[in-house]
Design a protein around this ligand. Structure first.
Ligand SMILES: NC(=O)c1ccc[n+]([C@@H]2O[C@H](COP(=O)([O-])OP(=O)(O)OC[C@H]3O[C@@H](n4cnc5c(N)ncnc54)[C@H](O)[C@@H]3O)[C@@H](O)[C@H]2O)c1
Length: 352
């Protein structure tokens, strides 16, 4: 008999399949079966040799299940999760946990009322490009950091499926925004207060929901964090651009090509002016090699299976869940403040 915990996936589309692949290679969880509202999806899963449930009620009645993973369109996370929790099931939802703080409150109440685990799959906490920035921040590699820019750029507009529809919780803020904000506010800077938020939304390919956004958060201690998602960027900017008082770090998804350059001599200020366009500049003259040095970019490996390992250890009473209710609520509040900032065209204070 395997000691692995039994997972059932509800919603077996793109991400449901991703989970099935991860679970197949997991040391702690086992895929018991799947349920999807579409018969064609169920038929295809059967052909893949996966056990399928014929209704959500049948899933709810199965006592062998340790965790139900909900990977449907965003608007179905809440009703399915609450029903599952009311039947005594532990629940993981895909991100975003749901569409509003009010909805999230009801989900958290259902989890407390039924004494079951409830969390969300924030898998991008295990992105190596992000963890490298965290290492640079934590170790002070480039000195005290005053500016962090986190960007994801694509050029295909918003996908033509439910992601373009408001009623399903579409839009890039609820899609990529959730990941990027969770990284910053819950993992990189969990103890630093956000003072204010200013955001603007893009509507290049879609008027119903945002197909990109730009968001500036001012944190206490003079730290600015800029988060940007774009889907109309035919030339992209780096995934990360981080400035500290002693240097600058830049990387894409691929950290093997990341770069850190530090200043070794701030006193060397007598630059030779350079000619740019129709004028001269001394201020912007590039530094000579004797006043800067390149530092190795952190090379590290992360294992996203740690997400399921944490879930299982939590169910066994040996750990506490990594993605907490408070963290989910904080990101939801940041997103809601960002939408309000865009609507009003104003910088808004943030209550932590
Ligand atoms: N964590 C990540 O990196 C990541 C990446 C992609 C998507 N996601 C999230 O995963 C979720 C699913 O996204 P996707 O790209 O797989 O979408 P998708 O459209 O490919 O799949 C959704 C599936 O859910 C099914 N479904 C809808 N309503 C249902 C219901 N009531 N009961 C059962 N099944 C139902 C649909 O038939 C479909 O097969 C979304 O919440 C999305 O934000 C997360």
């Amino acid at each position: 008999m395997s000691n692995k915990k039994n997972v059932v996936i509800v919603g077996f589309g793109g991400m449901g399949h991703w989970h099935a692949g991860e679970i197949a290679g997991s040391d702690v969880v086992n895929l018991l079966g799947i349920y999807d509202i579409k018969q064609s999806v169920i038929d295809d899963a059967k052909k893949e040799g996966i056990y399928t449930y014929s209704s959500f009620e049948e899933v709810l009645a199965d006592k062998r299940i340790d965790v139900i993973l909900i990977a449907t369109e965003n608007d179905f996370h809440k009703p399915l999760a609450i029903e599952a929790m009311n039947h005594g099931h532990n629940v993981i939802t895909e991100k975003p946990v749901t569409l509003s703080s009010e909805d999230l409150k009801e989900m958290i109440e259902a989890s407390k009322r039924n004494n079951v685990l409830f969390t969300t799959h924030q898998n991008r906490r295990w992105d190596e490009d992000f963890l490298a920035v965290k290492q640079i921040y934590d170790e002070g590699t480039i000195g005290p950091i005053f500016n962090i820019e986190s960007r994801v750029h694509g050029s295909r507009g918003i996908p033509g499926d439910w992601r373009g529809m408001k009623k399903h919780g579409g839009g890039m803020m609820l899609d990529w925004g959730v990941h990027l904000l969770d990284q910053i506010v819950n993992v990189l800077l969990p103890d630093r207060k956000i003072l204010s938020i200013y955001a603007t939304m893009d509507h290049v390919t879609n008027y119903e929901v945002d197909d990109g956004f730009r968001l500036t958060m001012m944190f206490e201690g003079d730290l600015r964090v800029y988060v940007e998602v774009g889907t109309s960027n035919f030339i992209d900017l780096p995934r990360w651009y981080v400035q500290g008082e002693d240097g600058t770090a830049r990387s894409g998804w691929d950290i093997s090509r990341g770069r850190i350059t530090c200043c070794t001599n701030w006193e060397a200020k007598d630059a030779v002016p350079i000619r740019t366009a129709a004028g001269l500049t001394k201020t912007m003259a590039p530094r000579t090699d004797d006043t800067i040095k390149d530092v190795d970019y952190p090379q590290l490996e992360a294992d996203v299976h740690d997400f399921y390992r944490n879930i299982c250890a939590t169910l066994d009473g040996k750990a506490t869940q990594l993605v907490t209710h408070e963290q989910l609520a904080k990101v939801m509040k940041v997103m809601e403040t960002a939408f309000e900032s865009d609507r009003l065209g104003q910088v808004l204070p943030f209550e932590n």
